[in-house]
Design a protein around this ligand. Structure first.
Ligand SMILES: Nc1ncnc2c1ncn2[C@@H]1O[C@H](COP(=O)(O)OP(=O)(O)OP(=O)(O)O)[C@@H](O)[C@H]1O
Length: 267
């Protein structure tokens, strides 16, 4: 059922790949989800359940075998200029400084140099990178580079931000700092976010709703409302009873699916 506030709709999305031995692999099976404008959705599921495939379908890197993904009622792949994408990999262009990276999406959209400078300075300041504008990627730490990737994806003010395990390679302490910065940035203008993670605690800490996916073929096992209030202080969230409740409710579900995926892998 579609409502007027649904910004992003996954409508019965299925993706089947041809496997090298001539068989077929169903990566995503009848995935349906309506996402409101400004919602922060986190998705968890065992390895190989189709999370990255799902995001690739949103950004048009691949096409669904059936079903559709709509943004404001129109196919998502036709609206790539309205989507920011952050992956686990470090995607800063090595030949550009940090500032030039953040300004790149604005440059290709024709924004004037002075406006670009203002926007990049504002964003870099917000994530503690003022003073590092003229450095190249190799002169920055992993956490700094990933902050650069995030603000580059936000720079052009996209309606939808897709994040595929953006904090995966970072150490635990840096992760929390970046998670907190992401939440603080998000609260300022509440874009719609789809955030994939392996880490259930991260999914609960960040999301308005957590989607648990089944082992392949990736279906929705459950969608859980996170009742934690905002703003959230991630350094103290673990003591919150709501956080503990969500963790104990979701842990068994995810563990079931991880076991199912492992059993599949052994066959
Ligand atoms: N291009 C492809 N051709 C054939 N099979 C594919 C292709 N891309 C993905 N798959 C298969 O689809 C399934 C889902 O893969 P996907 O990478 O989306 O999972 P994932 O949940 O993101 O995994 P992980 O958490 O390990 O990154 C896997 O079984 C994978 O082998």
């Amino acid at each position: 059922m579609q409502s007027s506030s649904d910004f992003l709709i996954f409508d019965n999305v299925t993706k089947v790949f041809e496997s090298p031995d001539g068989g077929q692999v169903t990566a995503i099976d009848n995935f349906s989800l309506n996402v409101s404008d400004g919602e922060f959705i986190t998705i968890v599921g065992p390895s190989g359940c189709g999370k990255s495939t799902l995001l690739n379908l949103v950004v048009g890197l691949d096409k669904p075998s059936s079903g559709q993904i709509l943004i404001n009622g129109k196919p998502a792949w036709q609206q790539l200029r309205n989507i920011g994408y952050v992956t686990q990999e470090d995607n800063l262009y090595p030949w550009r400084t940090l500032r030039e990276n953040v300004e790149f999406p604005l440059e290709i959209r024709g924004m004037s140099k002075s406006e670009r400078r203002k926007r990049s300075a504002e964003l870099l300041e917000k994530v503690g990178l003022a003073g590092f504008e003229n450095r190249y990627g190799h002169q920055l730490s992993g956490g700094m580079r990933q902050r650069g990737n995030i603000v580059r994806a936000l720079s052009f003010d996209p309606g939808l931000i897709i994040m595929d395990e953006p904090f995966g390679p970072l150490d635990a302490q840096t992760r929390i700092v970046l998670q907190q910065q992401l939440l603080d940035l998000w609260l300022q203008d509440k874009k719609t976010v789809i955030f994939i993670t392996h880490d259930l605690q991260e999914a609960i800490a960040l999301g308005d709703r957590v989607v648990v996916m089944t082992a392949r073929p990736g279906r929705i096992r459950s969608v859980y409302d996170i009742k934690l209030t905002r703003p959230r202080d991630l350094h103290h969230l673990h003591d919150d009873p709501e956080f503990r409740n969500a963790l104990s409710d979701l842990w068994d579900e995810l563990a079931d699916e991880v076991s199912a995926a492992n059993a599949m892998g052994r066959k």
